[in-house]
Design a protein around this ligand. Structure first.
Ligand code: CAA
Length: 257
C-alpha cells in the first residue's frame, strides 16, 4: 500500500521514516499514526533493517495529535476509535528507534519522541505538553514518560503550564541525547542509528528490552530479566564470534544469529 503521510527511505541498515504532513506541522492524525506503526512493525520484521530514525521536517517534528480530528468527538467515539492503542504497538518494537527532532515537538509530538529510545535534537527544537491549553491533558504517555525522563518537578510544571522547553533545556534535563546545529540533526541521528545498526542484532534487541524494563519494574525483576537475557545470548553465533574475535585480535563479523 502506498503511504501518504509517512515516507520511508532506507540507507544501508538504517530506515528513516519521515512524517509528511508539513502544512499541518505533521499533526498526528489516525492515518499517519497507522502508517507509522505499520512501517515500524515491518521494519522490525525485516532483517535488512538494524535501526530506525523517525523525523519530521525543519519546522516541526510533530505539533501534536490532530486537534481537528478529535475536536467534536464524544467520549464513546474516542473509546471506539481507540487511536491510542496504536501507540502501545510502538512499545512492542524490538529494534532501536531514534527521534530526530527539529522545530515543534508538542503534545503527541513530544510523546512520540519520548516513545522512541533516543532523541537527537536540532538547536531549534522545542518540547512541550500544551494540551492543558486546549482543555485536556496528555493522553499518549506524556504524564508518565516525561515524569520518568525529567522528574516530577519539571514534568509537573510543563504539563500544568503547557509551556514548552528549548532543546538546551531538554538536554540539561536529560530528555534528549544531544543537541546539534539545525543543518546536521538528521545526519547526526542517522550516524547514531548506523552505529547501532552495525552491532549484533540479537544483543541489541535484548539490551534495548532490558534498559526499557528498568523504567517500569522493581530492581529485582529487572536484574532477573537482565541476567536471563545475558545468559540467552550465549546461545547465539554472534556471542561466539564476538568473543573469539576478541581473543584472536580481529574484527567480528556479525551474522544476526
Ligand atoms: N492538530 C491539527 N492541526 C494543527 C495542529 C494540531 N495539533 N498543530 C498545527 N496545526 C495546523 C494549524 O491548524 C494550521 O493549519 P491551517 O493552516 O489549515 O490553519 C497549520 O497547522 C499551521 O499551524 P499554525 O498556523 O498554528 O502555525 P503557527 O506557527 O502560528 O503556530 C504552533 C505553531 C504553536 C505549533 C500551533 O500550531 C499550535 O499551538 N498547535 C497546536 C499544539 C497543540 O496543542 N498540540 C497538542 C495537541 S493535543 C494532543 O497531542 C493530545 C495527546 O496527548 C495525544
Amino acid at each position: 500500500m502506498e503511504n501518504r503521510y509517512v515516507l520511508a527511505e532506507r540507507s544501508e541498515r538504517v530506515l528513516v521514516l519521515r512524517l509528511n504532513r508539513p502544512k499541518q506541522l505533521n499533526a498526528l492524525n489516525t492515518e499517519l499514526m497507522s502508517e507509522l506503526v505499520s512501517a515500524l512493525e515491518e521494519a522490525d520484521r525485516d532483517p535488512e533493517v538494524g535501526s530506525v530514525v523517525i523525523t519530521g521536517d525543519e519546522r516541526a517534528f510533530a505539533a501534536g495529535a490532530d486537534i481537528r480530528e478529535m475536536a467534536e468527538a464524544s467520549p464513546a467515539e474516542m473509546l471506539l476509535r481507540n487511536n491510542l492503542a496504536l501507540w502501545d504497538r510502538i512499545q512492542g518494537i524490538g529494534k532501536p528507534i531514534i527521534a530526530a527532532v527539529s522545530g515543534y515537538a508538542l503534545g503527541g509530538g513530544c510523546e512520540l519522541a519520548m516513545a522512541c529510545d533516543m532523541i537527537v535534537a536540532s538547536e531549534t527544537a522545542s518540547f512541550g505538553q500544551p494540551e492543558i491549553d486546549i482543555g485536556v491533558m496528555p493522553g499518549a504517555g506524556g504524564t508518565q514518560r516525561l515524569t520518568r525522563a525529567i522528574g516530577k518537578a519539571r514534568a509537573m510544571e510543563m504539563v500544568l503550564t503547557g509551556r514548552p522547553i528549548t532543546a538546551r533545556e531538554a538536554l540539561e534535563l536529560g530528555l534528549v541525547n544531544r543537541v546539534v546545529p539545525r543543518e546536521v540533526y538528521l545526519e547526526e541521528a542517522a550516524a547514531l542509528a548506523r552505529e547501532i545498526a552495525s552491532k549484533p542484532p540479537i544483543a541489541v534487541r535484548l539490551a534495548k528490552q532490558s534498559v526499557r524494563r528498568a523504567l517500569d519494574t522493581t530492581i529485582d525483576t529487572g536484574l532477573e530479566f537482565e541476567r536471563r537475557a545475558f545468559y540467552m545470548l550465549f546461545s547465539t553465533e554472534d556471542q561466539k564470534e564476538g568473543m573469539r574475535a576478541f581473543v584472536e585480535k580481529r574484527r567480528p563479523e556479525w551474522k544476526g544469529r
